[in-house]
Ligand binder design. Structure first.
Ligand code: 5GP
Length: 125
């Protein structure tokens, strides 16, 4: 399936909730946003910023994507509020059990299309 901005929003955008380290956040959000169907997605980041802020990263510093090696990744010039969800080693599908970690980091995303918009989350640092 071709990555799209709609897919990026579903998997990575949570602009309306503040960064939130309640331990149940990831278990609830990973399920609600469809990332625990068929298997438990292992690592996923939610961004607590507006779509305008995230879209603007597509015109910030360009770099090679870690996962695809394509040259359409961009690193945010500022740090953003994010929550990283990571599957616990003890988790067994269909009970996808995640750790929830808040932070403020630069994010690296891939952008594509016309208009040129976020389509893939590459990394945070
Ligand atoms: P690990 O720390 O398990 O070796 O690797 C996790 C990697 O996944 C890190 O490079 C991290 O930046 C990246 N990562 C974090 N959130 C996401 C996400 O939502 N999607 C993808 N594809 N990678 C992510």
């Amino acid at each position: 399936r071709k990555p799209s901005a709609e897919e990026f929003k579903r998997q990575h955008m949570d602009p309306d909730s503040p960064p939130n380290s309640r331990p149940t956040y990831c278990n609830r959000m990973m399920r609600r946003q469809g990332m625990t169907k068929g298997s438990c997605k292992r690592v996923n980041t939610f961004v607590h910023e507006s779509w305008a802020t995230v879209k603007a990263i597509c015109s910030q510093r360009q770099m090679t994507c870690k996962t695809t090696r394509r040259n359409n990744c961009h690193k945010s010039s500022s740090t953003l509020h994010i929550t990283e969800c990571r599957l616990k080693g003890s988790s067994k599908y269909p009970n996808c059990d995640y750790t929830t970690t808040d932070s403020q980091k630069h994010i690296i995303i891939a952008c594509d299309g016309n208009p040129y918009v976020p389509v893939h989350f590459d990394a945070s640092e």
